[in-house]
Design a binder for this molecule. Structure first.
Ligand code: NAD
Length: 328
């Protein structure tokens, strides 16, 4: 099989490019979209990432080009039109699980950075400013942490936070035993009412889009910390900005942002930032944003490459595992 790897970075070439088997991975810098899809001509499969546009028009174009497999090198697939893929007989596979510790630890890193103002201390000390005014933090121990989405990453995160001595609450329409051993399942409103920290670990679905909005923020504790390492559109960003202005939201840690496509994963330092919402977010001292790097560990990249290669091999041999495929 010939696989066109879209949106590829040097680290993708290092991991996937190390493959020395019978299939061929060809790396393309552009993201997959309606303009770049023509590059898939002559390929049997495309390999895509979180911000590639694999919507209806692109899937139709891939089908016309004879592409048979969309191999996502990530867990999420909210950017793929699964109905269109099914209708055109294209298989969609993904990496359902790659070191949940990688993402869960990043969520903890955002919490620990925010609560002790490490990002501000870093800047101050570089300016020879050793004053402490404004850097006061709070203990994580004894706080209530609400986990929305208690799947593989959510329960790994819950386990880490329980190690700090936190009380753990979880909300998930599909409950599991792993989380139940660590925390208490509650209704969403109770979680919002009682949590000092709310961390999002559910997928982006119609039901979860803007799960953090003006209404749900109103139900949260004053000064709540919100952490999102899942998908940007889980959060209604203008609503959070309003709540940051009043102090209702005390801390915000984001690894993902609703309009990150075309911005994240790239060096835009020579360009003018035209996204006024993001620009406003960047003005708050109590907001920390990372550019979708929660997945970015040595261990996770290796697992992502190994599973993607195994998916391509299995598809070619018609033995692709159901757990690695996504369908409607
Ligand atoms: P998972 O499928 O194991 O867990 C997701 C959980 O969310 C499931 O238990 C599911 O029942 C639950 N859920 C579904 N609908 C919900 C709702 N309406 N409210 C609350 N919970 C709901 O997935 P995972 O591997 O734990 O990944 C979680 C998310 O993390 C992914 O969907 C992906 O968007 C995100 N992610 C981000 C990065 C990153 O680099 N920032 C990396 C990997 C994954």
């Amino acid at each position: 099989m010939r696989v066109a790897v879209f949106n590829s970075k040097d680290y993708d070439k290092e991991s996937l490019g190390a493959y020395r088997g019978e299939h061929e991975f060809v790396f393309f810098r552009p993201a997959l979209d309606e303009h770049s899809v023509a590059m898939a001509r002559g390929f049997d499969a495309v390999c895509c990432f979180v911000n590639d546009d694999v919507g209806t028009a692109v899937v139709e174009a891939l089908a016309e080009l004879g592409v048979k497999l969309i191999a996502m090198r990530c867990a999420g697939y909210n950017n793929v039109d699964l109905e269109a893929a099914k209708a055109r007989g294209i298989t969609v596979c993904r990496v359902p699980e790659y070191s949940p510790h990688t993402v869960a630890e990043h969520a903890v890193a955002l919490i620990m950075d925010l609560n002790r103002n490490i990002h501000r201390a870093f800047n101050r000390i570089r300016e020879n400013d050793y004053s402490l005014q404004g850097l006061q933090g709070f203990e994580i121990h004894g706080k209530t942490v609400g986990v929305i989405g208690t799947g593989i990453i959510g329960s790994t995160f819950a386990n880490l936070m329980s190690g700090f001595g936190c009380r753990i609450l979880g909300y998930d329409p599909g409950q599991n035993e792993r989380f139940a051993k660590i925390g208490d399942y509650v209704e969403l409103d109770k979680l919002l009412n009682e949590s000092d920290i709310v961390s999002l670990h559910c997928p982006l679905l119609p039901a979860t889009r803007h799960i953090v909005n003006a209404d749900s923020i109103n139900k949260m504790k004053d000064g709540v910390m919100i952490i999102n390492t899942s998908r940007g559109a889980l959060v209604d960003t203008p609503a959070v900005i309003d709540a940051l202005k009043t102090g209702k939201v005390g801390w915000l840690g984001l690894d993902v942002y609703e309009d990150e496509a075309g911005l994240f994963f790239e060096d835009n330092s020579n360009r003018i930032l035209t996204d006024d919402v993001l620009a406003r977010l960047l003005t708050f001292p109590n907001v920390v944003i990372t550019g979708h790097q929660a997945f970015f560990s040595r261990e996770a990249l290796k697992t992502i490459a190994d599973t993607t290669i195994a998916n391509v091999e299995a598809f070619a041999e018609q033995r692709l595992e159901e757990k690695n495929t996504v369908s409607v």
